[in-house]
Design a protein around this ligand. Structure first.
Ligand SMILES: Nc1ncnc2c1ncn2[C@@H]1O[C@H](COP(=O)(O)OP(=O)(O)OP(=O)(O)O)[C@@H](O)[C@H]1O
Ligand code: SF4
Ligand SMILES: [Mg+2]
Length: 346
């Protein structure tokens, strides 16, 4: 994207040596809770995944399943108090980010890891022009004013802002919703990060613009070989762009698989339920079956398997013993007591 930022040091994370054999990002046993007046909200319970360079990992789940909180914990921006990361590690190229001081984490954010929010208005400052906001990010990294402007225009052009030079001095409110989202993507990618987390990046946009923005993200990700975590509740989006999928339910990981094998055969009844609740081009005329019931209150998660009140396959053991998250077939992981035996309905 920019010659200056492309040459930055990729061998260290906040000045600490990286491990060349480590995955780009490794999240292990991540646990986050909110201590509120109404009790402890267990938002993320033992989430683990790995992300490689050039890979897109989707985190899929219903509203309130802990997707955004997990992303905030990975970025180090959980609202604390009331939020606390109570266990786990997040390693970027082998360096545990939880060992870094806040000042060091700030250096990592933006330059090595960035977050694209659902709503561009929360990320863009309304009182500064879009161009200024992007060039300022480059300037604090030591790039001269004129070079920063040139690069900002280049990035805005790259994300599809027409006449980017003329739009440089526009304020965020002078952009349409789709253009603002593109500007935020430009800002997130300006420093050429290794990892980008896109948290429902298109839900605020209308359907045609959604498809364009997703396509743009996929192209940029491919070009720059970033690792991308795409947070979504939309299985259709996952099918289009993800390599692998983590399915979350009530703050826990219930299934993890590569996208092709997941579609071929889910190993968790919740994933199966998600698949039956969206329209599929190859099954025209089939009635959709929404998952019955509601996700649990995270301050009162049911004992045993948290999906048991909604699961058509639940047995007695499901009411008592939490199913471990385990490998149920080669490279297939599920948290269901009966993953292997289940008759997954067509
Ligand atoms: N600041 C906070 N204080 C208390 N609880 C919180 C706070 N932030 C999030 N939570 C709780 O953490 C849980 C997980 O929230 P999260 O935002 O991660 O869900 P999500 O999967 O991203 O949902 P959505 O699809 O609606 O964005 C929810 O029960 C939410 O109420
Ligand atoms: S463990 Fe039991 S309740 Fe949970 S998903 Fe499997 S069958 Fe359903
Ligand atoms: Mg969210």
């Amino acid at each position: 994207m920019s010659t200056t930022t492309r040459t930055r040091d990729r061998e260290t994370v906040a000045g600490r040596p990286t491990d060349p054999d480590a995955p780009l990002l490794a999240v292990e046993d991540l646990t986050v809770e909110f201590r509120t007046d109404k009790g402890v909200v267990r938002a993320v319970n033992g989430l683990s995944y790995e992300l490689q360079a050039g890979e897109t990992l989707a985190i899929l789940g219903e509203s309130g399943s802990g997707k955004s909180v997990s992303a905030q914990a990975v970025m180090g921006i959980v609202d604390s108090p009331p939020g606390f990361v109570t266990a786990g590690s997040v390693r970027l190229k082998g360096v545990n980010l939880f060992d870094l001081k806040e000042k060091e984490r700030r250096r990592v954010r933006g330059s090595q890891m960035s977050l694209i929010f659902q709503d561009a208005l929360t990320a863009l400052n309304p009182v500064y022009t879009v161009g200024w906001q992007i060039s300022e990010m480059l300037r604090v990294r030591g790039i001269s004013k004129s070079d920063a402007k040139e690069k900002a225009v280049e990035i805005l052009t790259q994300v599809g802002i027409p006449s980017a030079g003329d739009r440089f001095d526009n304020y965020p409110h002078e952009f349409s919703g789709g253009m603002r989202q593109r500007a935020m993507i430009a800002m997130s990618l300006a420093l050429d990060p290794d990892v980008v987390i896109a948290d429902e990046p298109t839900t605020a946009l209308d359907v045609t613009v959604q498809a364009q923005v997703m396509e743009l993200l996929a192209e940029l990700q491919d070009e720059f070989q970033m690792g991308m975590i795409l947070i979504t509740h939309d299985l259709g989006v996952v099918a289009d762009v993800a390599d692998r999928v983590v399915v979350m339910y009530a703050g826990k990981e219930v299934e993890q698989a590569d996208i092709f094998s997941l579609y071929e055969r889910p190993y968790h009844p919740y994933t199966e339920g998600l698949m039956h609740s969206i329209p599929r081009a190859d099954q025209k005329g089939t009635r959709l079956q929404p998952i019955i019931g509601q996700p649990p209150d995270l301050s009162a998660i049911p004992p045993g398997c948290s999906f048991n009140p909604r699961c058509p396959y639940a047995q007695d053991i499901c009411l008592e013993e939490p199913p471990p998250f385990r490998e149920v077939a080669p490279n297939r992981y599920s948290a269901c007591h009966f993953a292997e035996e289940l008759f997954i309905r067509d």
